[in-house]
Design a protein around this ligand. Structure first.
Ligand SMILES: *Cc1c(COP(=O)(O)O)cnc(C)c1O
Length: 382
């Protein structure tokens, strides 16, 4: 059975983890800072904070940006639920900005329209770089300055991706960027996530929220230390710390990141070519971006295919290929419907949901396996 995503762990990864296991620190040791520096340098950002996963990263990102009860966060409906849930953890409300019909990212035209027609401007906007293709961050940044909201990029899919001559994660057009290191993503630490920023104040807050709100920094304490044992809890934080075991794996995976992305780009270009004559729309790439290709999403031409999407999934599975769908529009989840959201809010997202599905794409997918996927898709669709 061929699935949509899979990690690649080699001997260098195993050795890196083994080294930490035999060292003095399994957590709160030197591997964390090494991993943070490595990712920050790679992306061209000043600061990085490693955490337990992207969900906790989004949570403390919202807290650091000051999101609280009565505030509003906007995101895309075509994302994993975590991009929206982070606002709810802080007691804030969620709004959804419809997607662009070409890139399937948050439509910046829709964002501008929504900003123009609302009397309630969001405190935070979370653009999601779907499948690994960056959103139009420069335009979103311009709107952020004009309307006064903060921007946190959910770049869970986009480690290693490029935008306008820089790396996603540089935070050139945002306050914060979030990465996920779940095994299906571009690089993995088992579970894991990271926040990047160029803002020293946000960086300090993130470090506090990651670890109980506790500090040993005399500058942050309310009075001089009682003694060498002393620390203070100056805010309410969590234990969202990544272990050194995970960070060592992350460092080792970073050495392989460019190779991972190059292979994904090769396979995506190969899909483009192999699928040309099928009743499918292959992914659109904007000239400003170079995707990391976490996902390869196609849209079926329903007028030319006499089968339902469920039928296609079932037939492909019987032939040994598991298709996937990224994502069910978040605003139609029962939890968000209970909060008053309706499918009609985002018609483009609903159109996407009716037609889109994800083909297998990962570093270790061989050309032969990819041919197998395409042959079977041909047989099922035509
Ligand atoms: C995977 C993912 C997350 C959550 O990542 P975890 O590390 O599993 O918490 C959030 N947003 C998007 C867009 C994702 O794909």
């Amino acid at each position: 059975m061929i699935y949509y995503g899979k990690q690649s762990i080699d001997d260098s990864d195993v050795r890196a983890v083994e080294e930490v296991l035999r060292s003095d620190f399994l957590t709160q040791g030197p591997a964390i800072e090494r991993f943070e520096r490595r990712v920050a340098e790679y992306c061209g950002a000043r600061y990085a904070v490693a955490v337990t996963n992207a969900t906790s990263a989004l949570h403390i990102g919202c807290l650091a940006l000051g999101l609280t009860e009565g505030d509003l966060l906007w995101t895309s409906p075509i994302t994993f639920v975590a991009s929206a849930n982070c606002a709810r953890y802080c007691g804030a409300d969620v709004g959804f900005v419809d997607i662009d019909d070409q890139t399937y990212n948050m439509s910046v035209d829709a964002l501008e329209q929504k900003l123009r027609s609302t009397d309630r401007v969001p405190k935070v906007v979370v653009p999601v770089h779907l499948a690994g293709q960056s959103c139009d961050m420069e335009r979103i940044h311009d709107l952020a300055k004009r309307y006064g909201f903060a921007v946190m990029e959910d770049a869970s899919h986009a480690v290693g991706a490029d935008y306008k001559g820089g790396k996603v994660g540089s935070c050139r057009y945002s306050d914060l960027t979030v990465f996920s290191f779940h095994p299906v993503k571009i690089i993995t630490t088992g579970e894991g996530g990271m926040l990047l920023t160029n803002d020293a104040e946000l960086y300090e807050k993130l470090r506090l929220y990651r670890s109980h709100g506790i500090t040993r920094d005399p500058k942050l304490m309310t009075h001089a230390a009682d003694g060498p044992w002393y620390y203070q809890q100056i805010d309410l934080g969590f234990n969202y710390r990544m272990t050194d075991i995970q960070a060592a794996l992350g460092c080792s995976q970073m050495e392989r990141l460019d190779e991972f992305v190059a292979r994904r780009r090769y396979l995506a270009a190969r899909y483009d070519e192999l699928l040309k004559d099928l009743p499918l729309r292959t992914p659109y790439q904007s000239a400003d971006t170079d995707s990391s290709w976490h996902l390869y999403v196609v849209r079926m031409d329903r007028d030319r295919i006499g089968k339902s999407k469920a039928q296609i999934f079932d037939e492909m599975r019987a032939r040994g290929v598991t298709l996937n769908l990224h994502y069910i529009p978040v605003h139609t989840q029962p939890y968000y419907e209970r909060l008053g959201h309706r499918a009609e809010e985002c018609p483009s997202a609903m159109g996407y949901y009716a037609e889109a599905f994800t083909l297998p794409l990962y570093y270790r997918l061989t050309d032969d396996q990819q041919d197998f996927v395409v042959e079977n898709l041909k047989a099922v669709l035509t």
